[in-house]
Write a protein that binds this ligand. Structure first.
Ligand code: DAH
Length: 368
């Protein structure tokens, strides 16, 4: 039975139809036109064995088929080439790559928010050095040499003191320069430690300025703490200081109640509980009513209804004396807020380390 060229042709056309790459096409060519075992050459062989009378006609058909295969494959090569993009071209039909959008870190958001709330109340925001000397971090704040805060256990001391060159007026604070800075020659003491709180900024600012004073000082602080659920060796605080004639505790309370309502909503209530800080008298720990349960008691507030948010008090006369202010004439209040702590309360985060792990799954859950 003579082979049917038509059958091979339709098989070939079917296969050609499914070819989409140059590699597949090369395989198809090998299979049909290969010298050894190629479809066309075995077809020729079979024809050689066909009866005399058919041989010539079959040979012509087979040759024709061979030409057809060659041409069809060449055409497809050209067609595939035409589909290829010229070098450096852009396929505008591809879907766009998403642009990764940056966002502010929750601690930055909260710091900005605090600065905003205080700016509305007329406070200037100032920054100071993270490498401090014992005078500004402790002594001038009425923290005696035997106070536990000074202990090596709590404070990170530098292995050797560093000379810090600070200007006579230590802050670049255009707000206050406009009012006239205080020309006090600052004794530049060598830095011996990483500041354990932002309270040293009270001293630095008063040394360089006359009252009235209304500032906040946000920044990093350092403590010799190991990482755990509620401690990191570096965290952030915002210090506040107000000094003028006849500033009273009512001013302190009004200011902080306003702050808590601005942060936690108009229904937030504040509780002031007496405590001790060497640089304020009287001193208070401030609590805000639990925003989870509204004060009724729940696991977030450990069933007390209150969350501790900051420390504050009326500036101690010894602090005024250290900066050469007359404590008979001036009074003031100060406060210190831990930004991480506030963020944990506000966003219901129970592990402080989350703020430093840069895990986008966490960060993206917090409001912008
Ligand atoms: N310095 C305190 C701390 O690090 C916070 C603080 C408490 C600051 C009372 C103050 C204050 O200005 O009056 O925990």
């Amino acid at each position: 039975m003579p082979p049917s060229v038509d059958q091979f042709r339709s098989a070939f056309l079917e296969e050609l139809h499914h070819v989409s790459t140059e590699r597949d096409l090369q395989r198809l060519r090998d299979r049909y036109l290969g010298r050894k075992g190629g479809v066309v050459s075995s077809l020729m062989k079979q024809i050689a064995g066909a009866p005399e009378g058919d041989r010539r006609r079959l040979g012509q058909l087979a040759n024709q088929f061979k030409t057809e295969v060659e041409r069809a494959i060449d055409e497809r090569v050209q067609a595939l080439k035409a589909l290829q993009q010229p070098l450096g071209s852009v396929d505008i039909s591809l879907p766009g790559r998403p642009v990764a959008q940056g966002r502010r870190h929750p601690l930055v958001i909260l710091r900005d928010r605090l600065e905003e709330i205080f700016a509305e109340m007329g406070y200037a925001s100032v920054e100071g050095p993270e490498i401090e000397d014992e005078y500004h971090n402790f002594e001038a704040l009425n923290i005696p040499p035997d106070h536990p805060a000074r202990d090596m256990q709590d404070t990170l001391y530098l292995s050797q003191p560093v000379e810090v060159r600070r200007a006579t007026v230590p802050l670049s604070d255009p707000f206050d320069f406009a009012q006239g800075g205080r020309a006090v020659e600052q004794i530049n003491r060598p830095g011996t430690l990483l500041r354990t709180h932002t309270s040293g900024m009270q001293i630095r600012y008063m040394e360089a300025h006359e009252p009235p004073i209304r500032i906040i000082a946000p920044g990093r602080v350092y403590r010799r703490d190991n990482l755990d659920l509620t401690h990191t060796p570096m965290f952030h605080q915002v210090e506040g200081l107000v000094v003028d004639e006849s500033i009273t505790m009512a001013d302190l309370k009004g200011t902080l109640i306003h702050l808590l309502k601005a942060l936690f909503g108009p229904d937030a209530r504040a509780l002031f509980r007496p405590t001790f800080f060497p640089y304020t008298e009287p001193s208070a720990d401030v609590f805000v009513s639990c925003h989870k349960c509204g004060g009724g008691g729940c696991p977030v507030c450990k069933r007390t209804g209150w969350l501790e948010v900051l420390g504050c008090g009326m500036v101690h006369p010894a602090v005024f004396e250290a900066v050469g202010y007359d404590p008979e004439r001036y009074s003031g209040f100060a406060f210190g807020i831990g930004i991480e702590r506030l963020a944990m309360l506000k966003y219901g985060v129970d592990d402080i380390r989350m703020f430093y792990e840069n895990d986008l799954r966490f960060l993206e859950q917090l409001p912008q």
